[in-house]
Design a protein around this ligand. Structure first.
Ligand SMILES: Nc1ncnc2c1ncn2[C@@H]1O[C@H](COP(=O)(O)OP(=O)(O)OP(=O)(O)O)[C@@H](O)[C@H]1O
Length: 680
């Protein structure tokens, strides 16, 4: 690839990112402009009848609004809703009758948009984006908006890359675009890379991956199939980098992926200024809060002077609510502006010292583009769950950190990140491959490594990506081949029968089940479980062949008022008879003694999910229900998969994507087998 290719790559990414943003905006705008607020509330996209219960100053000097149910409508717990921490939303006076459309159109213009920072049973807290907006009064409502902030940062990053003069292309950038080849570590480099291990129990593939990542000069990929200890390996790798006196930036696509590492890293002694987790504290796991910049900055000695200003600002916020006329309010706004300036200067000093002192900084990929890392330098960037991230996202820490070395950990054979604009274009995913139903009719006996065929139907990453869903992980593999990768092969999660299918279909039969799990059954749980025909089998197929279990297409809104992101518009599929089987099967597991909390029911279709929730949740509240895509990467003792599709044409739709059937990793798997499913 030549230098112009970097530009054309960035240009094409910018176009694709714009499509993606437009798709997301179109979806949200369509929802908010065409549906009544009550419908939006039912769909989990809005909350009505709220009042302001408090207004105060949060991290970064932002105004925080806490909203609860209007006591006039009874107060108390909020109705069920889909607003989550981190969601972008607008707060406005609740429109009355004919005003509805007009009010809603002006909502964003009036600048009352913000980020949900806290969700409690009785209240939702929003941090306003702009400092000086008039906070709405009276009866309010909160509605979810498209998240254009994320998109802005991606666009900014790709624009930076597009304009990067050739003189600024670092050796790493050159390797990432194929201008030069990665320098392979010599056997001696690999051998001498580690003097002693922090974790003596690492297996040989984990050790080899760590040696490789340490000895590589520019880029290293760690390929970790489900349960092979990818995160475990990264912890040792981080400690090894620290032993060498290096400074590390660790990122992941989601807050939970980052917190997972912070949590595990916190069990180790970190030299120097320790670890700092960037990101809004409301989005972090409680167990890692003590590493958040916000909490650290409040507990440091210098924090007292920041606290003074904060208290003064809170006082002014209170005055604002009481102020009668416009003039009085403007005066208070003026004082607040001054205080906020002062606050930011002081807070900036405290925070800057903490970040500069930290040997390991952890944040989301998106978070790496924030001002905290401006001017900071690192020796290496590590990205976990890299195959869940858009390539443009991975460039945020690469450009922000100036690090000469990049380590990506992930599994390109699990689902790639969700891309909305794909829904409006023909899918770029591989052509579906249906398996003869008879082939799997015998269920368990067919699920052996001998019978399952190696996968020949996976997407071949394109050398010069022109799609958003080709991740950096994919592209680098295709550019430089397997020499830049090390694979972890011992998995610590699945019974070997469950492992057999993904291993053969996706991982060239390379996976090995660790001794501790290879023959572990539900009957081996640490509490009493009866030995029944369900609990002594690691894999159970329920065969629904024969036309008795027809799938149905369904408009989710009319069917169930299903809650969840964007579900309002999606045409979905349901299979009612299959729900009855799931109920029966879960009932049998629970009767045998398996705890509800240890069972998950997953399905690829939102329509089916809603139906399953209606049928199962009341009887077994501890049961976890989720979409297959949403559940990827999680762990449960028993997973029931309802595949839904069953039609005479043997069409399986997006189930044809094998990566969708990968990664559940339980110790018991029951599959409600549709006539045309690809399992087997
Ligand atoms: N060398 C090892 N010896 C014993 N147990 C291990 C070893 N490596 C990992 N494990 C265990 O395997 C399980 C999976 O590890 P980990 O969560 O790090 O895997 P992962 O590959 O990151 O998982 P995911 O599939 O969610 O990405 C954990 O319970 C971990 O403690």
């Amino acid at each position: 690839m030549k230098q112009t290719d970097i530009q054309s790559f960035a240009t094409s990414q910018l176009t694709l990112l714009d499509h993606e943003l437009q798709a997301e905006l179109a979806e949200t705008q369509l929802l908010t402009s065409t549906h009544a607020p009550t419908v939006l509330q039912r769909a989990g996209l809005a909350l009505l009848n709220l009042t302001l219960s408090s207004q105060r100053t949060g991290f970064g000097g932002k105004t925080l609004l806490e909203l609860g149910l209007d006591p006039a409508v009874g107060g108390g717990d909020l109705p069920e809703h889909g607003l989550r921490t981190g969601d972008i939303c607008a707060v406005a006076e609740q429109p009355k009758g004919a005003e509805r459309r007009k009010q809603r159109e002006s909502m964003e213009e009036r600048g009352c948009s913000g980020v949900v920072t806290r969700v409690q049973r009785e209240a939702v807290t929003v941090a306003l984006d702009k400092d000086e907006v008039e906070v709405p009064r009276g009866k309010l409502w909160l509605v979810k908006l498209a998240n254009s902030a994320t998109s802005k940062r991606l666009t900014h990053t790709m624009t930076t890359l597009q304009r990067l003069p050739p003189t600024s292309h670092t050796p790493l950038t050159q390797v990432l675009f194929g201008h030069s080849s990665p320098i392979p570590p010599s056997p001696l480099d690999l051998q001498s890379a580690v003097h002693s291990w922090h974790d003596p129990l690492l297996n040989s593939t984990q050790q080899a991956a760590i040696r490789f990542a340490l000895a590589s000069r520019d880029v290293a990929l760690i390929h970790g199939p489900p349960g092979t200890g990818k995160t475990h390996t990264l912890i040792e790798l981080i400690l090894q980098f620290l032993d060498r006196g290096q400074r590390v930036l660790v990122c992941g696509p989601s807050n939970i992926s980052v917190d997972n590492i912070v949590e595990r890293l916190s069990h180790h002694r970190i030299p120097g200024g320790g670890i700092v987790r960037l990101g809004h504290p409301a989005r972090l796991l409680p167990s890692v809060l003590r590493y958040s910049l916000d909490v650290l900055s409040k507990s440091s000695e210098a924090a007292a002077i920041v606290a003074d200003v904060r208290a003064e600002m809170d006082g002014k916020q209170g005055l604002l609510r009481k102020a009668r006329g416009g003039r009085e309010r403007r005066a208070v706004y003026g004082e607040l502006r001054e205080l906020r300036r002062e606050y930011r200067v002081r807070e900036g000093r405290v925070v800057g010292d903490l970040v500069r002192g930290a040997r390991v900084v952890l944040c989301t990929l998106h978070g790496a583009g924030g001002f905290h890392l401006r001017g900071e330098r690192f020796d290496v960037v590590i990205v976990d769950e890299a195959s869940q991230a858009l390539e443009a996202q991975c460039w945020i820490p690469v450009l922000a950190s100036g690090a000469p070395k990049l380590v990506l950990a992930g599994d390109h054979l699990q689902l790639p990140p969700t891309i909305k604009s794909l829904n409006t274009k023909p899918s770029k995913l591989p052509a579906k491959k249906t398996v003869d139903a008879d082939e799997v009719a015998n269920g368990v006996s067919k699920l052996s490594t001998d019978d399952a065929k190696p996968n020949t139907n996976l997407p071949k990453p394109k050398p010069e990506s022109s799609t958003l869903e080709t991740t950096l992980f994919d592209r680098l593999l295709s550019l430089h081949g397997n020499t830049i990768k090390r694979m972890l092969t011992t998995q610590y999660r699945m019974h070997e029968t469950i492992m057999a299918f993904p291993s053969a279909a996706l991982y060239e039969s390379k996976l090995i089940a660790a001794e501790s799990v290879k023959s572990r059954l539900l009957t081996d749980l640490p509490y009493p479980v009866q030995n029944t025909e369900d609990t002594r089998e690691p894999v159970v197929f329920w065969d629904t062949q024969g036309g008795e279990f027809p799938e149905k297409s369904e408009d989710e809104e009319s069917a169930t008022g299903a809650k969840g992101k964007g579900s309002l518009l999606a045409e979905s599929k349901v299979n009612e008879h299959e729900v009855a089987i799931v109920r029966l099967h879960v009932g049998r597991l629970v009767k045998a003694g398996v705890r509800e909390e240890d069972i998950a029911v997953v399905t690829p279709y939102n329509g089916q999910l809603a139906l399953l929730a209606q049928t199962l949740k009341e009887r077994w509240p501890g049961l976890e229900l989720g979409s297959i895509d949403g559940f990827q990467g999680r762990e449960k003792e028993a997973v029931v998969v309802s595949l839904v599709r069953s039609n005479a044409e043997r069409e399986v739709g997006f189930l044809g994507e094998k990566r969708r059937l990968n990664g559940e990793s339980p110790s018991h798997l029951s599959t409600i087998r549709a006539r045309a499913a690809t399992m087997g």
